[in-house]
Design a protein around this ligand. Structure first.
Ligand code: ARG
Length: 463
């Protein structure tokens, strides 16, 4: 039996077959079925409380919705493209199951406030999911940072050896980025968590609806204050996508470093077979796929952000069908960010470190030149003069093909009389990192303390 469209009364002709396909969203918005059922149940309960539905009708609706949920989850719900979207598919089935009571469910409601509600319920849940996986990744980083608080490697600026740092310090830098992403997600969640339900098509409803009641039942913190705005703006989704795009930019930076570190040229880490693939032609290859894919997936999430921004641009109030186009971009950003964070959380603990290679690299490239300048400052030499002197010493070392610590004291003293035997303590990479002993510094003691602080903070986190 062909399904009658809800707007059939107004129309004489059947929908063009091409338009049905063109306008249907059920292929992707069926992912919102749980949120749609939940919203409908809350709406029905409220209609009952204000006397629009009887208890008996409510019970039928409740049972019908539950029946539909089970059917969907068993996989034997028949989704119909001709019924356009998740809302009409569920409603049509409800009417099929319970008759007239089902037809009453849509009283004082429109698909416009329905989809806005569904989307917010969905996104709130996904934000929490993403926060949980971010917490797991942060924990993995902090645990490794704690174990590697004293592991030395070169720190870079301009990708040139700059100063020695500890591996734990580097991991905690990643954690800082993710910590801010986490905070942004929590802040964005508060704006997602508002109820549009009751805005109906755009102007609200003539029934004495209780919007606080549905908001409370659905766990929303607030009721959206204006019905026109509530059904039309998707800034909450845009904001989430912006946060996700930034998170992906951070992951791409981590990914890039991982790719560099496991290259032959660096050889700082090995990724472990479980997280690599080989080449179909070059037998020696082991490629850092997780990192490369995460770096690449950053592109689609920032592309989705641009799509959502442009979708919203210049839309007049209130709801416009354009907004149906928000879903695939949003879903893709959610899925992509989540899968990348989960992969990183799984593989950070598996990274095999080549500590000897890192240490050797830190000793190359005159990474303690700044320490030598600081040493001279300690002997009352003005910093700018010290900088000049050390520049000359580095030049000498380059000619002699020696590291700073390999230059004889007599040779050093030719550059500055203030240099004494104790200079060799500051020329060591160990001495260099140890000296950076302040909040946010790379000294092993500080890194260990910072890692502990992060772990304690994560222990008290709810999601
Ligand atoms: N599928 C629509 C969307 O995703 C639901 C709302 C449709 N409302 C309408 N009046 N056609 O936005």
């Amino acid at each position: 039996m062909p399904y009658k469209k809800p707007w059939g009364g107004r129309f004489r002709d059947a929908t063009h077959a091409g338009l049905e396909k063109f306008s249907a969203s059920v292929a992707f918005d069926r992912r919102l079925y749980r949120h749609d059922l939940r919203g409908s149940l809350a709406h029905a309960r409220m209609l009952t409380a204000i006397g629009v539905l009887s208890e008996a009708e409510f019970n039928q609706i409740e049972n019908g919705l539950e029946h539909i949920r089970r059917q969907i989850e068993r996989g034997d719900f028949q989704w119909r493209e001709s019924l356009e979207d998740v809302h009409m598919n569920i409603e049509a089935r409800l009417v099929e199951l319970i008759g007239d009571s089902g037809k009453k469910l849509h009283t004082a409601r429109s698909r416009n406030d329905q989809i806005a509600t569904d989307l917010r319920l969905y996104l709130r849940e996904q934000v929490d999911e993403l926060c949980r996986s971010l917490s797991a990744l942060q924990r993995a980083l902090a645990e490794r940072a704690s174990a590697e608080a004293g592991t030395i490697l070169p720190g870079f600026t301009h990708l040139q050896s700059a100063q020695p740092i500890t591996f734990g310090h580097h991991l905690l830098a990643w954690n800082e980025m993710l910590q801010r992403d986490y905070e942004r997600l929590r802040e964005c969640r508060a704006r997602v968590n508002r109820s549009p339900l009751g805005s109906a098509a755009l102007a609200g409803s003539g029934f004495a609806i209780d919007r606080q009641m549905t908001a409370k039942e659905l766990g929303f913190e607030q009721v959206c204050g204006n019905s026109l705005d509530a059904v039309s703006d998707r800034d909450f989704a845009i904001e989430f996508n912006a946060v996700a795009a930034l998170l992906m930019v951070h992951l791409s930076r981590m990914a890039e470093e991982i790719v560099l570190w496991c290259s032959d040229a660096f050889h700082f880490i090995d990724l472990g077979d479980a997280f690599c693939t080989g080449s179909s032609i070059m037998p020696q290859k082991k490629n850092p796929d997780v990192a490369e894919l995460a770096r690449g997936k950053c592109a689609r999430v920032s592309g989705n952000l641009m799509a959502l921004l442009m979708l919203m641009k210049a839309q007049p109030l209130a709801y416009n069908r354009d907004n149906q186009e928000d879903k695939e971009a949003l879903f893709d950003s959610v899925d992509t960010a989540l899968s990348c964070v989960e992969m990183f959380a799984a593989f950070v603990p598996q990274m095999v470190l080549h500590r000897d290679v890192m240490l050797a690299a830190a000793k190359r490239g005159y990474a303690t030149a700044t320490d030598l300048a600081d040493y001279l400052v300690g002997k009352q030499v003005p910093f700018r003069d010290a900088h000049q002197t050390v520049g000359k010493i580095v030049n000498f070392a380059l000619q002699a093909k020696a590291e700073l610590s390999e230059i004889k004291l007599a040779d050093l003293q030719r550059f500055h009389a203030a240099i004494e035997k104790d200079v060799y303590a500051v020329l060591s990479v160990e001495g260099s990192v140890k000296a950076r002993d302040h909040i946010g510094g790379t000294a092993p003691k500080r890194v260990a303390a910072a890692a502990k602080r992060v772990l304690r903070m994560l222990d008290s986190r709810v999601v």
